[in-house]
Design a binder for this molecule. Structure first.
Ligand code: BG6
Ligand code: MG
Length: 229
């Protein structure tokens, strides 16, 4: 394991909750009910694609012009940015600060593969931006998660082969992207929502370098065995 690539929202900090609140506000402005199960299906999905899915869900895919959709996206992001402006280093999820320190001590490279265009601002507010040797710009990608492009790009930026990377995600689309990139996938959340993950923890507090290293060894053993067979 030469690099660990992190998702941001729901892994490093609980901004998945803020995305929920901002989408709920925006959807209700246009009379579309929005609940947590709908929000769950949007995790890891870009802002534009999320709006399209909400409109389809509300039977409103033809109701708005391009300019009106841009306005809705702007509204959502403004609401979201108000919420993230309150973030402080205290808002790192449990165990994440410790894990970043352990990885640095072990000289493991650290990357970020988040679909969020607010990622840099959030890492700055959490005071961990300097821990990341590579931060993928989601605006420069052709495809979003579940396509592997974002994780492949992170590995390239870090100068590490995909086979030597582990990546941590809280979304189904993210786990699919990691597996398609040929990496070791760590899921944070309920086992049922993390199909395909090589390791699942319920909460970030359970993550540690020791755990990743142990599970990695077993995973590599299995991979090498399947190559030999
Ligand atoms: C992902 C979130 O990390 O980023 C999604 O899981 C969000 O919910 C996406 O839509 C885009 O974020 P932003 O900050 O660019 O609107
Ligand atoms: Mg996430």
């Amino acid at each position: 394991m030469k690099a660990v690539i992190f998702d941001l929202d729901g892994v490093i900090t609980d901004t998945a909750e803020y995305h929920f609140l901002a989408w709920k506000y925006t959807a209700e402005q246009i009379d579309i009910p929005f609940d947590r199960s709908m929000n769950e299906s949007l995790k890891g999905i870009s802002r534009e694609e999320s709006l399209e899915r909400i409109l389809i869900f509300g039977g409103a895919e033809k109701r708005f012009t391009h300019a009106e959709k841009q306005e809705l996206l702007h509204q959502k992001n403004q609401y979201y940015q108000t919420l993230i402006s309150r973030l402080t280093p205290e808002d790192l999820l449990p165990g994440i600060g410790r894990l970043l320190c352990e990885l640095k001590n072990e000289h493991i490279k650290i990357g970020l593969a988040s679909s969020s265009r607010n990622a840099r601002a959030i890492l700055k507010r959490l005071a961990v931006i300097d821990d990341f040797q590579a931060i993928v710009d989601p605006a420069a990608l052709a495809k979003g998660k579940p396509d592997p492009e974002i994780f492949l790009t992170a590995a390239t930026l870090l100068g590490v082969s995909t086979a030597d990377c582990a990546a941590i995600e809280d979304a189904e689309a993210g786990i699919s992207a990691i597996k398609s990139a040929g990496m070791f996938a760590v899921g944070v959340g309920r086992e049922q929502s993390m199909l395909g993950a090589d390791l699942v923890v319920r909460q970030t507090g359970e993550l540690s370098f020791e755990l990743l290293k142990e599970e990695w060894k077993q995973y590599r053993g299995k991979v090498l065995k399947s190559i030999r067979e």
